[in-house]
Design a protein around this ligand. Structure first.
Ligand code: GLN
Length: 305
């Protein structure tokens, strides 16, 4: 593989103009205040080398990327039983859509759209007596950074504007697919989305998936090889909502985005990459982020396909 430092520095300069397109998420008021003129690219390799450029150490709100961590915690405890509550098919609809839920009897299409993530959060509450603490601890261990935190301002801001997620949760509760109090589920969900960490943390935390379920920082097995493969398959098919097909086409890596403007993806057995640029396209994915990933896999001539 070419010198990764040169590759990401070149891509960084090429995608700066894209970071000025699109707009930051504003349906969560605290996210609307983020300066869109920030850009970071980080690559971590499985032998723990790190290449970084731009605002790589600035913590930002990971939003839906947190759905991968919550799913990992639940999948590691529940195994196949999980799939009675949530599906594993791309939805082809926006991440916060309600339309499929009624005719699919309250079983969301996949764990990465909001409805599916709420089901996973509900299960997290069932499985872990202190779910918020357990989740933060899980993420800190994967990233090797105890400074990762919940941004309570972002959590409260989302909590005060959570009507749609509340509607999804109540609707699924009517089908018996949410067990806990909706207020509690939404509280944990808003906190999980508010996790603040840097691109550098993100890239490191996803090495576990590139490494078949073992955290390379401490050798701990976090997921079985099969669980890691399956979560990767979900990222490859559903990680970018109704833009998942296009991400597979243009980039060809399993990954996950969030409306904070972060994207993280990995090459199995090799490396992870995280990009942060807050301005989003209409699907809620970072415009410069997707451009950077497309240029990266084109440049290094490697993807999962
Ligand atoms: N917290 C956001 C929401 O529920 C997460 C969405 C996202 O990142 N796509 O709307």
């Amino acid at each position: 593989m070419k010198d990764l430092r040169d590759v990401i520095e070149r891509i960084y300069n090429e995608v700066i103009p894209f970071s000025k397109q699109g707009k930051v998420a504003d349906y969560i008021p605290a996210l609307a205040e983020v300066n869109p003129e920030q850009l970071a690219i980080v690559v971590d390799t499985l032998d723990l080398e790190k290449f970084k450029v731009g605002d790589s150490e600035v913590p930002f709100s990971i939003q839906s990327i947190s759905k991968v961590y919550a799913l990992s915690m639940v999948a590691s405890r529940l195994g196949e039983e999980l799939w009675t509550s949530v599906g594993r098919e791309p939805s082809g609809n926006p991440f916060n859509s309600l339309v499929q839920l009624e005719y699919e009897q309250g079983i969301p299409r996949n764990p990465f759209i909001n409805a599916g993530a709420l089901v996973v959060t509900d299960l997290l509450i069932d499985l872990y007596p202190r779910p918020k603490e357990a989740l933060l601890e899980f993420v800190r261990k994967l990233a090797g950074n105890d400074d990762i935190y919940y941004d309570h301002r972002v959590a409260n801001s989302e909590r005060q504007n959570a009507d749609r997620n509340m509607a999804l949760a109540y609707f699924m509760k009517s089908f018996g697919n949410i067990h806990n109090d909706v207020e509690t589920v939404i509280d944990v969900y808003c906190h999980q989305c508010s996790i603040a960490m840097s691109c550098s943390d993100l890239a490191r935390s996803f090495l576990v998936f590139a490494n078949k379920g073992v955290n390379p920082l401490n050798g701990e097995r976090v997921l079985t090889e099969s669980q890691s493969k399956r979560i990767g398959a979900l990222m490859a098919t559903c990680g970018f909502y109704d833009e998942s097909g296009d991400f597979a086409y243009r980039v060809g890596l399993p990954g996950k985005s969030g409306v904070g403007g972060g994207i993280v993806a990995y090459m199995p057995g090799k490396l992870t990459m995280a990009v942060w640029s807050p301005a989003l396209n209409s699907y809620g994915n970072s415009i410069a982020g997707i451009e950077a990933f497309e240029r990266f896999t084109t440049s290094v001539k490697s993807s999962i396909f």
